[in-house]
Design a protein around this ligand. Sequence first.
Ligand SMILES: [Zn+2]
Length: 129
Amino acid sequence: MPAQIPAVDYLVLGNEPHLQVWRCDDCSAAYFDRRNGCARCFGTAFTRQPVASEGVVRAFTRVERGAKEPFTSVVVDLGEGVHVKANLRGVDDPNLITPDFKVRMFTYVVGTDDEGTEAVAFAFEPVGS
Ligand SMILES: [Zn+2]
């Protein structure tokens, strides 16, 4: 298996790829990117924590104009105060996206460098697909 690197810091690869947040030790606010201070309570101590790989769509937009291929961008509620923005695959008709539409994360290779190292990103797909 070729070497892989995640496209973003908060994507953890391996047998069970997942996202992780920095959780404020004082108020439990969650952030995907590392912070010096908490925007909610000004705390300065954070702990890395894995988050669920399944969630529900809270908002979405379909981009058809100006895109090489039309795509659907979603905001996924992963529970415990964590929301993530990503692309949704496997649904070409936005009319099929209903309130609390269930999705799960998956990873895919976005590119390979000259040494064969793969860059890996994540997106979401409907649960059950
Ligand atoms: Zn805080």
